[in-house]
Design a protein around this ligand. Structure first.
Ligand code: FES
Ligand code: FE
Length: 465
């Protein structure tokens, strides 16, 4: 690889130190590095834009950011989803100035060039007088189109039209994501439009944390055990003030920076049934504690959509939190309630870069399409309370990200390093049926280090890739 060189002479390849697992702090605030990321990461890989349930009807559209570019994701006549650059090919005006809406004709407000939801050029005013089309055919005047994939209804797009497929991008991690996004017959849908707010932080502070940093929960979110959902409420109730048991499980890393924390359900099942989970069948476990976001009536769908091995993992050590490279966090969590029951939460965040020290936090709340209204209501409330704009958990997280970004601007601060040395490569537990890089035990740094390795690989890749 020929590494890009920054204007002060630093090679991008020298920004991480593999032998000691360190990353130069300046990557969290440097504008040149940020611009390179927009080209080499967000300009190349699959980027999450939303969910198809946000645009159910023909002509529906949402406007989102794909790296540093604004794009329109729109539903076509046949139900397909298209993603086009929100830039008029005439003189560069933004085509849609709205956040969302419905139209079969996207008309530029400047000179009136018009486009279909699929990005094709329709025409312009005074066409006959050759206001355009003298030199180029109509087919060449459409909006720049991205390659699109729907996965579990999630809309992903990339500018790399000949690059790896979405399945190749997910790799072994797909086996685990399928348990969350592709487990039910009808799939999931959003509960209202996503919440969006700006945080004055570099997108990577939130992005790398999403690569399964469980460790910070013990300190930053300790209130969860002291007074929150995990606090002990009385004899036999609650989970106890110590959050460490929640940190034990299996972590999945990926050479593409994806990460999942599978957390042991044994304590919850034991508390709900009074029985040793090891003695229970998959059916009995599903009946005791359906997957987060499902009811007992819905669990029979799982066997139609997942393999036996996936069901085994889903009922004992399900993926609950983690990320998808580069800027997505998911939470499919089982949240203890004061009455001893458990309410699931299904949420997805994207940390959309808005500059070297600014990100837009986008929060989608999901439910299964056929979840009963009472459950949807409970899930929405629970998720907003914990993970939304005003969510108590993310109040903690979004407080640290700006500080780290600020630290990386200091003349000295930018020279020190971030450390990912708690990698122990403990390996998979005996009989673990899933693929990928698997490490069991207490949460550690392996997944986040793999996140940085992929960041580094993309940042130093030659442009033909
Ligand atoms: Fe859009 Fe001229 S810039 S029609
Ligand atoms: Fe957190």
């Amino acid at each position: 690889t020929t590494s890009p060189v920054l204007s002060d002479g630093t090679k991008v390849s020298d920004l991480i130190y593999p032998a000691t697992r360190e990353v130069q702090m300046r990557v969290l605030s440097d504008r040149e590095i940020y611009e390179l990321e927009m080209e080499k990461i967000f300009g190349k890989i699959w980027v999450l834009l939303g969910h198809e349930s946000e645009i159910p009807n023909s002509g529906d559209f949402i406007v989102r950011d794909m790296g540093s570019d604004s794009v329109i994701a729109a539903r076509g006549k046949e139900g397909e989803v298209f993603v086009s650059l929100n830039v008029c090919p005439h003189r560069g005006m933004r085509i849609s100035t709205a956040d969302c809406g419905n139209t079969q004709i996207h008309k530029c407000i400047y000179h009136g060039w018009a486009f279909r939801p699929n990005g094709d050029f329709i025409g312009s005013p005074v066409e006959r007088e050759c206001m355009h089309g003298k030199m180029m055919a109509k087919e060449e005047l459409g909006l720049k189109k991205a390659r699109v994939t729907l996965y579990g209804g999630l809309i992903f797009a990339t500018w790399n039209v000949d690059g790896p497929s979405f399945d190749e991008f997910l790799g072994d991690a797909k086996w685990y994501y399928d348990m969350l996004f592709c487990r039910s017959d009808k799939g999931m849908e959003v509960l209202g439009p996503p919440q969006r707010f700006i945080v004055n932080a570099n997108w990577k502070t939130a992005g790398e944390q999403s690569a399964a940093d469980g460790f910070h929960t013990l300190t930053l979110h300790r209130w969860l055990g002291e007074v929150g959902n995990y606090a002990k409420k009385g004899e036999g109730e609650g989970e106890g003030t110590d959050l460490s048991p929640e940190m034990i499980g299996v972590e999945i890393s990926s050479p593409h920076g994806h990460a999942l924390r599978c957390i042991d359900l044994a304590r919850k099942i034991k508390r709900l049934t009074g029985l040793d989970p090891a003695t229970l069948s998959v059916e009995e476990k599903l009946n005791a504690l359906p997957p987060a976001g499902m009811t007992r009536d819905m669990v029979e769908q799982l066997a139609r959509n997942l393999s036996e091995d996936q069901l085994k993992v889903l009922t004992s050590m399900p993926p609950q939190v983690g990320g998808m490279f580069p800027n997505i966090l998911f939470g499919f969590v089982y949240i203890p309630q004061p009455d001893g029951s458990v309410v699931g939460s299904m949420t997805l965040h994207a940390y959309v870069p808005q500059g070297p020290d600014k990100l837009e936090f986008v929060n989608w709340v999901f439910a299964e399409k056929d979840a009963p209204p009472e459950l949807r209501e409970k899930m929405l409330k629970q998720t907003i309370q914990l993970f939304g704009t005003s969510g108590m958990v993310e109040q903690d997280d979004s407080d640290t990200w700006p500080h780290m970004t600020q630290s990386a601007k200091g003349a000295m601060g930018r020279k020190i390093t971030l450390k990912y040395q708690a990698c122990f490569e403990t390996g998979a537990p005996e009989g673990w049926p899933g693929p990928g890089i698997v490490n069991e035990g207490f949460t550690k740094d392996d997944t986040q280090w793999h996140w940085w390795q992929y960041w580094h690989e993309l940042m130093t890749a030659s442009d033909e890739k």
